[in-house]
Design a protein around this ligand. Structure first.
Ligand code: PEP
Length: 249
């Protein structure tokens, strides 16, 4: 049985009053049959952990550095994330790959840093629109997996989020057949790489314009174990129906 996960990525959105949304979530999702993870901006991590302490919501960071400490002004390390009480960290989000030139090698090093600190990495991969239009999607996904997933990964250290770049924040969503094709491919690659017992245990999330109106259909796919949600995770009223759809799937 894989863990079903509804993860919210607040990106660079949210001030202290936004934590009210967390208490809304905490109040409403006590019967959720899935893990619920919120990744707020790093200044809110400590308060978010404190606020959700007595609920089943887990907190994650949106990035971590590859090093444990050192002269890296503005960065946060995986041990620092762990120290806040957070349980997850997103690595390799396409916005970081694009804005900061993060490579698969960097992403792999971040996933290793996360594992070494006792965090679960939510490792993002996904193709661009031109990759999709030129039929290169599976080649790109295969190459990203090969170069960014750490050796010895297990369900206790890794979650993979498939996020087609062209679907993030655009309102465009791949067809269910396209989602199924990529998720089945990722599962097969993990099984080949780590063996079926480990490969079948790693949760795969779909990300890219997930909302209340399309979540239930996406969660019908056998190898979709949840979602990484941006815009629709900012307000509890938008995120809760996605959590409910996943719980019911
Ligand atoms: C994301 O930020 O990972 C994401 C999927 O964003 P959105 O849901 O807004 O497309």
């Amino acid at each position: 049985m894989r863990t079903k996960i509804a993860a919210g990525n607040w990106k660079m959105n949210g001030l202290s009053h936004s934590l009210d949304q967390l208490s809304e979530l905490a109040k409403s999702q006590t019967s959720a049959e899935c893990a619920v993870v919120i990744c707020p901006p790093s200044p809110l991590l400590f308060s978010a952990v404190e606020m959700t302490h007595s609920s089943s919501i887990d907190i994650g960071a949106q990035d971590c550095h590859t090093a444990q400490s050192g002269a890296h002004t503005g960065d946060i390390s995986a041990p620092m994330v762990k120290d806040t009480g957070a349980k997850y960290v997103i690595v390799g989000h396409s916005e970081r790959r694009e804005n900061y030139g993060e490579t698969d090698k960097d992403v792999c090093a971040k996933a290793i840093a996360a594992r070494d600190a006792g965090l679960i990495a939510i490792l993002c991969i996904g193709e661009s629109l031109s990759d999709r239009e030129t039929g290169k999607t599976l080649d790109i996904i295969g190459a990203q997996l090969a170069a960014s997933v750490p050796e010895g990964a297990t369900a206790d250290t890794l979650v993979i989020a498939y996020e087609p770049i062209w679907a993030i924040g655009t309102g465009k969503v791949p067809t269910l057949a396209q989602i199924v094709e990529v998720h089945d491919f990722i599962r097969a690659e993990l099984n080949t790489c780590f063996g079926a017992e480990i490969g079948n245990g790693i949760s795969l999330l779909y990300g890219g314009s997930v909302k209340a109106s399309n979540a239930a259909e996406i969660f019908t796919a056998e190898n979709v174990d949840g979602a990484l949600v941006g815009g629709a995770s900012l307000k509890a009223v938008d995120f809760l129906p996605i959590v409910d759809a996943l719980s019911a799937s």
